[in-house]
Design a protein around this ligand. Structure first.
Ligand code: HEC
Length: 194
């Protein structure tokens, strides 16, 4: 008897949450989607990079980072997520087109701070909800193989240095050590459009 009477309350609340367009609507769901997307992008990029490094060497693998990265991003998005966007940014960039905007810079600084306070670099996340969208960022720590192109300039192979100098005369993305915050994935998800 009582069980049946109370059953209506959660159902009613669930119904109201769906009707009233509250600010939090869909944020948790969008966060989950953003996380999954980021991980898929990270794994796809690393997979391509590793096989290019093994098969063709570091100078040829530069192609994966500059030409193929956006295409891989588009592929993991799969054209199904209307208005979503995924990209990479950093406080010190190789490609000026990846430079952070105002909120991305804030996100990067927050990630750096979280890592300094003890969050594991690979797990550090930041988000905010602004202008009807979720802005999600996830730290990218420098892995061992990344030092080939982002590490101490002394240890970068000469052919890689030459190719980087040719393509990126303003390159600031060298001198990183393993485990250091290299940059972040950025995902934006429009909210409340359904
Ligand atoms: C073969 C050389 C090479 C390797 C290895 C490499 N990168 Fe890069 N990386 C590049 C190039 C080239 C760019 C510039 C891409 C562009 O034009 O957008 C880049 C850009 C980036 C960016 C975007 C921000 C910026 O500086 O423009 C991040 C973040 C990044 N790399 C992280 C990594 C991480 C993490 C690894 C290891 C998993 C890695 N890279 C390994 C060459 C490399």
């Amino acid at each position: 008897m009582t069980a049946r009477r109370y059953l209506g309350v959660p159902l009613l609340l669930a119904g109201l949450a769906g009707v009233g367009c509250k600010k939090d609507d869909g944020v948790a769901e969008a966060m989950n989607g953003a996380r999954l997307l980021t991980e898929a992008y990270r794994d796809a990029l690393q997979g391509k990079l590793t096989s290019a490094l093994n098969d063709e060497g570091p100078a040829a693998a530069i192609r994966v980072c500059n030409v193929e990265a956006p295409a891989i991003g588009a592929k993991v998005l799969g054209g199904q997520r209307e208005g979503w966007m995924i990209q990479r940014t950093a406080l010190r960039v190789r490609n000026p087109a990846n430079a952070p905007n105002e909120w991305q810079r804030r996100g990067l600084e927050a990630l750096q701070e979280r890592i300094e306070r003890g969050t594991a670099p690979a797990a550090a996340e930041w988000h905010e909800v602004e202008e009807g969208a979720l802005r999600y960022m996830r730290a990218i720590p420098l892995g061992g193989m990344c030092t080939l192109c982002h590490g101490d300039p002394e240890s970068i192979p000469q052919e890689v240095k030459d190719e980087l100098a040719r393509l990126y005369p303003e390159d600031r993305a060298v001198g990183f050590s393993e485990g250091e915050l290299r940059g972040a994935f950025v995902v934006t998800v429009p909210l409340g459009t359904r």
